[in-house]
Design a protein around this ligand. Structure first.
Ligand SMILES: [Zn+2]
Length: 449
């Protein structure tokens, strides 16, 4: 399916142990992905070499060349200033590297460099749990607690690029010391390293927990999955410590909501992936119970959806913003033509039965369509692969009837719908630069039935 005229973005997630890259179409389909280990004690040179290697591999896997790249987004686990220069990376030695400028010089395309967690939230907004939401707060309790804030569609970077370090907001001035040097940070209570610390202390105190049966007496590393098992087994020590972590997160969410009056909290990271059922309802309850904002609608609390792809896709989302996609869209989606006769051509093929072009550009037959009924099942099929906009070309027949369930579904998924006469629908579809789908229901078919 791919040709040399296809356009792609490249997203790169530079992590402490691995560098993960994806070759991604402008509509967000991952065409190829590749991982390389991060060299131990990696410096700027090593990271640049690995990025170069990844790009080469991705292009090869996708049957593409350098000229196919529209832009490159790079996510860094640290603070990146507003010019794309890395200020500080705790685990990799990239501090002070003007990564954006170096990559621009080498690849001569648009480059965006940003903080990994911020970009992860942006990824979730583009293709994951936060689609269409304009105000989002992301909290990712893993080893530490990462955070990102999107206000009116843009992620908050702050004066020097260091905004939204939500793991280090103080929730207890008398609390434990944090790795950052401050006292009582959210991550010093709710990060996995903090949870591990508290479990070790409890065991040292002689408390009994099944964690020692699960990972041994040494308690060197307690994985999120192990914590989930202990909660399920109603282990009193783990339940107590995790309740404290959840309460700390809930308290932080209430405070953050007072600052941002957000629409949505997205919770992700290893701990939430393993124990989401434990955390999410507690946070939701705290937000609903907030006496100060009781007259306002409480923000929704959802689990992140994209897992390990969130940061890579967010890097793509960041570089995609501000890129002229008209050329890319026309290379990716088929060109539709509406003839004076009323016939529609997809590329060179005339359409003579109901057909649709899915959001990934694929031409499909609807499984079941009994005109004029647009059922919930049909809408679900037409909107597979998540379009932002669905066009329905209705030919001469204007009797199309949406079921209430179908309408509700489109609303829930925030999919814009345009029902237009065929000529107008085709024109609007061709001009649309978003992720799009079109259902074409030719006049011919309507006349026969
Ligand atoms: Zn801290």
């Amino acid at each position: 399916m791919q040709s040399k005229s296809d356009k792609y973005f490249i997203g790169i997630d530079v992590g402490g142990t691995k560098v993960y890259g994806g070759l991604v179409t402008p509509s967000g389909m991952i065409a190829a992905q590749h991982k390389e280990p991060t060299p131990p004690r990696a410096g700027a040179r090593d990271v640049l070499r690995v990025i170069g290697l990844l790009i080469k591999e991705l292009l090869k896997a996708g049957g593409a060349v350098r000229g196919n790249i529209l832009g490159i987004g790079v996510a860094i686990p640290g603070i990146v200033d507003n010019t794309g220069k890395v200020v500080i990376t705790p685990n990799i030695n990239l501090s002070g590297t003007d990564l954006k400028r170096i990559l621009e010089k080498k690849y001569k395309v648009r480059i965006v460099v940003g903080n990994d967690v911020n970009l992860g939230v942006l990824g979730e907004q583009w293709l994951g749990a936060g689609r269409k939401a304009q105000n989002i707060i992301g909290l990712f309790p893993g080893t530490g607690v990462g955070g990102g804030v999107i206000v009116k569609g843009e992620f908050l970077t702050g004066h020097q690029g260091a905004a939204a370090e939500l793991g280090h907001i103080c929730i207890d001035p008398a609390g434990p010391l944090c790795t950052c040097g401050n006292t009582g940070c959210l991550e010093a209570v709710a990060g996995r390293w903090a949870i591990e610390r508290d479990i070790r202390a409890a065991v040292k105190n002689g408390e009994k927990t099944i964690i020692t049966d699960l990972v041994g007496e040494k308690l060197a590393q307690i994985k999120s999955g192990t914590l989930a098992k202990a909660i399920l087994a109603k282990d009193p020590v783990v339940t107590r410590i995790m309740t404290r972590a959840a309460d700390a997160l809930a308290e932080a969410c209430v405070t953050l909501n007072h600052v941002f009056n957000t629409e949505m909290f997205i919770l992700g990271g290893g701990v939430v992936e393993a124990c989401g059922d434990f955390f999410l309802p507690r946070i939701e309850r705290a937000l609903k119970k907030d006496p100060f904002f009781r007259k306002l609608q409480a923000p929704v609390v959802v689990a992140a959806k994209l897992g390990d792809d969130a940061v890579m896709l967010g890097a793509v989302a960041a570089v995609r913003q501000g890129t002229d996609l008209s050329a890319a869209a026309s290379a990716y989606y088929p060109k539709l033509r509406h003839m004076p006769s009323g016939k529609v051509f997809v590329n060179a093929t005339p359409i003579e039965r109901p057909l649709y072009v899915r959001a990934d550009g694929k031409l499909k037959d609807p499984e079941e369509f009994v005109p004029p009924h647009i059922t919930h099942d049909l809408v679900e099929e037409l909107t597979k692969k998540g379009p932002d906009t669905l066009f329905i070309a209705i030919g001469k027949d204007k009797r199309l009837a949406f079921s209430a369930k179908a309408e509700h579904y489109l609303k829930k998924k925030h999919i814009h719908i345009h029902i237009l006469p065929t000529g107008e629908a085709v024109k609007a579809y061709n001009a649309c630069e978003e992720r799009k789908a079109i259902f074409i229901y030719p006049a011919l078919v309507a006349a026969k039935t």
